[in-house]
Design a protein around this ligand. Structure first.
Ligand SMILES: C=C(NCc1c(COP(=O)(O)O)cnc(C)c1O)C(=O)O
Length: 379
């Protein structure tokens, strides 16, 4: 089955009781049993819910995995994965990643004795020097948020296999339309479904997809025991969003390319971060592991002044100034004071995230209007 057909059909069956072609919203907390333990596969909606089951199956199919698990947010999915670890364990993470991920690692799980090293992963072979006898996991985003670094998933998987480490890939920026990390050797794929997967800025949710049954059992235990699960109405919204993922991503990529090329030639723009440029340090790897280059772009104005960046952000109209990304509408943001404010400035600057960086989530509007918007805002 090709990807576009999968987004419509995979993992989803007509409702067995009514034949409803769209999975019903099972708005129920519990299920009547014939006698204790004698039920129809559902006992309590924190543990299993039919609408969530359909979404989990669809996500597993799209990521070429065997098991999907959904959570109330991307951070709840991240929380579940790290809860597989124990005090003394160590994680090697990319040094450019979502601010909330940095925050939960450093402000929550470090208090439970788990150690995190944030390292550059542009040359993936360099990460091996950070592996210790206590290292259990490598955490990767690719492209990274917000600098669009590209990390070699296959290379990371080879190192993790050799050193007996779990490789986690946060696939939020790409979605399975652009890349399927499990096929490249990752053990766990994690998503903020809030973004491109739901695609309409109308739901907050997260997910995990794995191939391995034992991993699935461990994570499903934590999902139920810790209870960070989503409701059926939100699952319905994501199921519906997924149906158009392939055509939305095509448009995001087309518009992203046009906007990136417009910014690159602009006399007031110093640097544009977008993996589709041949000049991107890991463009070759992006070409090998991605179907296209996505709609996320960051850029810095000449002079690298925060006040100039703020002025542009305030002037933009179609690019709404807001947190988040991946919806049909274009968004803009200032990571230093918004999505990445929880990362200390010294750490941000070390990773190349300047205080004047602007991040764009290029939507699926007519690109002429988006470019005109940038033209009037940048001047
Ligand atoms: C809200 C934003 N990011 C959320 C996010 C998350 C967290 O997902 P939530 O659904 O917002 O909890 C995880 N991973 C990545 C790569 C993300 O970008 C943002 O970057 O504007």
């Amino acid at each position: 089955m090709k990807f576009g057909t999968k987004t419509i059909h995979a993992g989803v069956e007509p409702d067995p009781t009514t034949g409803a072609i769209m999975t019903p919203i099972y708005q129920t907390s519990t299920y009547v049993q014939r006698s204790p333990g004698d039920h129809k596969g559902y006992e309590y909606s924190r543990t299993h819910n039919p609408t969530r089951t359909a979404l989990q199956n669809a996500l597993a199919a799209l990521e070429n995995g065997n098991h999907g698990l959904c959570f109330a947010s991307g951070m709840a999915a991240t929380d579940c994965i790290i809860k597989m670890l124990k005090p003394g364990d160590e994680v090697i993470a990319t040094n450019d990643l979502y601010g909330g991920t940095y925050r939960i690692f450093t402000k929550v799980f470090q208090n439970y004795g788990i150690k995190f090293q944030f390292v550059p992963m542009g040359d993936i072979s360099s990460i091996e020097q950070y592996v210790t006898e206590n290292t259990k996991m490598v955490w990767v985003e690719t492209p990274t948020n917000p600098l669009l670094n590209i990390i070699d998933i296959k290379g990371a998987a080879e190192i993790c296999k050799r050193r007996n480490l779990l490789l986690v890939v946060d696939n939020t920026f790409s979605t399975p339309y652009l890349q399927t990390p499990l096929d490249l050797g990752a053990d766990i794929v994690m998503h903020s479904l809030t973004k491109y997967m739901a695609g309409h800025s109308d739901v907050v949710m997260g997910a995990i997809v794995v191939k391995d049954q034992e991993l699935a059992d461990q994570l499903a235990f934590l999902q139920n025991a810790c209870g960070g699960t989503p409701g059926p109405q939100d699952c319905f919204l994501v199921l519906r969003g997924i149906k158009t993922l392939h055509i939305r991503m095509q448009r995001h990529c087309e518009n992203g390319k046009a906007v990136a090329e417009y910014l690159r030639q602009h006399p007031k723009v110093e640097k544009v971060f977008w993996p589709g440029f041949e000049s991107h340090p890991n463009h070759q790897i992006a070409q090998e592991q991605m179907r296209d280059f996505g709609g996320m772009i960051s850029f810095v104005l000449k002079g690298d002044k925060q006040e100039d960046a703020i002025q542009v952000l305030e002037k933009l109209k179609y690019f709404a100034l807001a947190e988040s990304l991946g919806g049909v509408e274009s968004l803009c943001g200032h990571p230093a004071t918004m999505t990445h404010a929880s990362i200390p400035q010294v750490e941000r600057l070390k990773g190349g995230l300047s205080d004047s960086l602007i991040r764009l989530s290029v939507g699926i509007e007519d690109v002429e209007d988006l470019i005109a918007d940038l033209e009037q805002a940048i001047g």
